[in-house]
Design a binder for this molecule. Sequence first.
Ligand SMILES: N[C@@H](CCC(=O)N[C@@H](CS)C(=O)NCC(=O)O)C(=O)O
Length: 204
Amino acid sequence: MKLYEHPFSSAAFKVRAVVHELGLPVTFVTVDMMKGEHKSPEFLSRNPNGKVPTLDDEGFCLWESNAILCYLAAKKPESGLLPADARGMAQVQQWLQWQATTFGPSANEVMGETVYAKFFGRAKDEAKYAAGMEKVRRDLGVLEKALDGKEFLCGKLSLADFSLVSALYLRTPMGVDLEAFPHVKAWVARMESRESVRKSLPPM
Ligand SMILES: N[C@@H](CCC(=O)N[C@@H](CS)C(=O)NCC(=O)O)C(=O)O
């Protein structure tokens, strides 16, 4: 299997972490996004969106990081990262979809005015930043309640934890303070102490 990715992509980060967690034989291929490799005809034949991460398993191509996580976990059902029982599976899916539709976009708004603005030499739009931060805080409140009395979002370690925590690895440059969210803070520390996650963090 080959994973087309980029070291600074949060969507690729979660996939790398699950690859390491499961110990799967995956070759990481860095896509040179500065050179526009992700928009080349060759890359677009694997992912018409021209985005990373993209998985190629002997010609079976898959995109959308959360779908890739499910595919990888299904290869090792004994890991329990994607439970097979109806409620367990649905709960993990609930969080994966919430990451894609809610928390991920909120975090992206804040990243756009901090990390990306700096990277592209653009001025920070304070109004957009404040609006994004309000959404991030709203979402952190949801996570805080969900983690009350629990080590992991679905009780035991699952794909949900890898997917959600990926939106927070740039929390310092994003200006996200977790002090008001002690359960989230402890959960992030728990996740970031795992070897699979540590090995997947970009060189910073
Ligand atoms: N929803 C997608 C998001 C993928 C995504 O936006 N990837 C970014 C890097 S984090 C990318 O490739 N951007 C290039 C572009 O949009 O042209 C996923 O979870 O895989």
